[in-house]
Design a protein around this ligand. Structure first.
Ligand code: NAP
Length: 509
């Protein structure tokens, strides 16, 4: 295992480790001389470590290293690049429990979900390792005799990878695996709430054998480190996941240099429950989608759109289930719902509860949770509002917490209208036993992902992942589609006729 620990602070907290940046295959401090802390959101007395507060100068060093390494990496046969990805996937699988525990400690999701997060990383590593032996282009007949025509994918160069904290292993892997197998090198800027997960991930990448400089890690503030990556002319592609507002800002800056930018942004995902639905199954799907990861998933369900005739029945079931959910440290086997990521997130959720009280009727929850074992963490009760209208703020704005709005509607057409009346378009679902209604929903729901008789979460890595409208800018992660962000098409014509042949001219008439 590569050793990342470089220094231990000696002043106030001798137990806390100081972690470094990873540039050109070395663990190095930032030139800033400054660090920031990462703490456990379930118990903020638990200090995880000190991390380097990177600067634009650190980013420039990392980009230079990635640029130099790219010369050899892009010429390494893709199947050989894939073998290193495969080794990395194996290492992640071997270290799954350790990574999952570190994740729960750093960002709070319950251990079972953290294991799933690591598994997504393993899955994409194996999928993209296989792409090293596929990476299909087209070979097509030429319109002229004795002429060969084909297209191949080419890497872009240095990829800037900027990620959020809510999937601190899966999302970096979803970006870095396709980038690397395609022959790009990367500079990775993780969220400041999860620098430890990022460090553990990059340690394993180094151990897997990615050559020095192909993978570089720069921790530090979004505005400084992120802007430096976005502005640098030697970074032709930025892959970003985070808030829509941050994504728009990045897209604006990057457009000045005509960079390619892939954006995976916010969501306001809805579940439609028709009167003929299996309400037990719908309740399972809603509770899992709304309160899993404490509602902090881009695909979390925050709106339930239900036919009026089954409103009371469904609401009763949801209330009973929500009030039974046990809050606590995600490392405890008894915990159903972990903490929110930080104090600002608690404030934000609380402010939306006030909005909700004005707009709808609170069914359950609505308070910070400070009971036994919760006082030092960022806990909030799972909360449900009913009689919410489709255009209310709590039905429109991304709260990113355990708050669910229930919207009664008269029938399927009004359900579709309500579902689509949002500026986001990531995930959606319908619960029904009517096959015709299910197929209509697949056609009518304006989201990048549609589930039938399942919640809004649970994407698998071999299908495209991403959303419509302000959830993104048309790119997709995962599946073969992920390669599109990180490659450029090159069309190649080989004329073996021995004479000048003019397309569209010599073969006419
Ligand atoms: P965020 O605040 O936008 O931060 C995301 C990343 O951007 C972090 O690494 C952040 O760094 C960095 N950043 C902040 N300001 C920046 C700037 N000016 N330039 C460049 N980078 C900058 O989002 P978050 O709170 O981490 O994540 C939650 C959001 O992500 C939600 O909206 C959620 O829906 C969305 N999300 C979307 C998907 C999807 O696939 N569609 C998946 C997961 C999450 P710092 O941490 O240092 O500020």
């Amino acid at each position: 295992m590569t050793e990342t620990i470089q220094t231990t602070t000696t002043e106030s907290r001798p137990e806390a480790t100081t972690y470094n940046l990873f540039i050109a295959g070395e663990w190095v401090p930032s030139e800033s001389g400054r660090t920031f802390e990462s703490r456990n959101p379930a118990d903020t007395r638990d200090l995880i470590g000190h991390f380097q507060s990177g600067t634009p100068a650190d980013v420039a060093r990392a980009i230079r290293a990635a640029d130099v390494a790219g010369g050899l990496w892009r010429r390494t046969p893709a199947p050989k690049r894939g073998e290193i990805l495969y080794r990395f996937g194996q290492l992640m699988a071997e270290h799954k429990e350790r990574l999952a525990r570190a994740m729960t400690r750093e960002m709070g999701k319950v251990l079972e979900e953290a294991r799933g997060d690591v598994q997504e990383g393993v899955d994409i590593a194996f999928l993209m390792a296989g792409e090293g032996r596929r990476m299909f282009g087209d070979t097509v007949p030429s319109e002229l005799p004795d002429k060969w025509a084909m297209s191949i994918r080419q890497p872009l160069g240095v990829a800037g990878i900027i990620t959020p904290w809510n999937f601190p292993i899966a999302i970096p892997c979803w970006k870095m695996m396709p980038a690397l197998v395609a022959g790009n090198t990367v500079v990775f800027k993780p969220a400041s709430d999860t620098p430890h997960c990022a460090t553990l991930l990059v340690e394993l990448m180094a151990e897997a054998g990615f050559p020095a400089g192909t993978v570089n890690l720069v921790t530090g503030p979004g505005a400084e480190v992120g802007d430096a990556l976005v502005d640098d002319p030697d970074v032709p592609v930025i892959s970003f996941t985070g808030h829509s507002s941050t994504g728009k800002r990045i897209a604006e800056r990057a457009s000045r240099r005509l960079k390619r930018v892939s954006l995976e942004l916010g969501g306001k995902n809805g579940i439609v429950v028709l009167a003929d639905a299996d309400l037990d199954l719908a309740t399972d799907g809603i509770v899992w989608s709304a309160f899993g990861t404490t509602g902090q998933r881009c695909t979390a369900c925050s709106r339930v759109i239900v036919e009026e005739s089954v409103l009371d029945d469904l609401l009763g079931r949801l209330e009973r289930r929500a009030t039974r959910l046990r809050l606590g440290d995600g490392l405890q086997a008894t915990t159903d719902v972990g903490p929110l990521i930080n104090a600002e997130a608690v404030d934000k959720v609380e402010s939306y509860i006030e909005v909700g009280r004005r707009e709808g009727a609170l069914v359950t929850g609505g308070r910070r949770a400070t009971g036994d074992g919760l006082a030092n963490g960022h806990f909030f009760e799972p909360s449900i509002f009913t009689h919410v209208k489709p255009m209310d703020r709590i039905a429109q704005e991304e709260i990113f917490g355990p708050v669910l709005s229930v919207i009664p509607v008269a029938d399927y057409p009004s359900a579709v209208t309500a579902l689509n009346q949002t500026r986001y378009g990531l995930s959606s679902s319908i619960f029904t036993r009517d096959v015709n209604a299910a197929f209509r929903a697949m056609r009518d729901f304006e989201t990048g992902i549609v589930y039938v008789n399942a919640g809004t979460i649970g994407a698998e890595t071999h299908l495209p992942f991403g959303g419509t409208k302000e959830t993104g800018n048309g790119h997709r992660e995962a599946g073969h589609a992920a390669l599109d962000t990180f490659t450029e098409w090159k069309s190649i014509y080989v004329d073996f006729s021995g004479r000048l042949q003019r397309a569209q001219i010599d073969n006419q008439g």
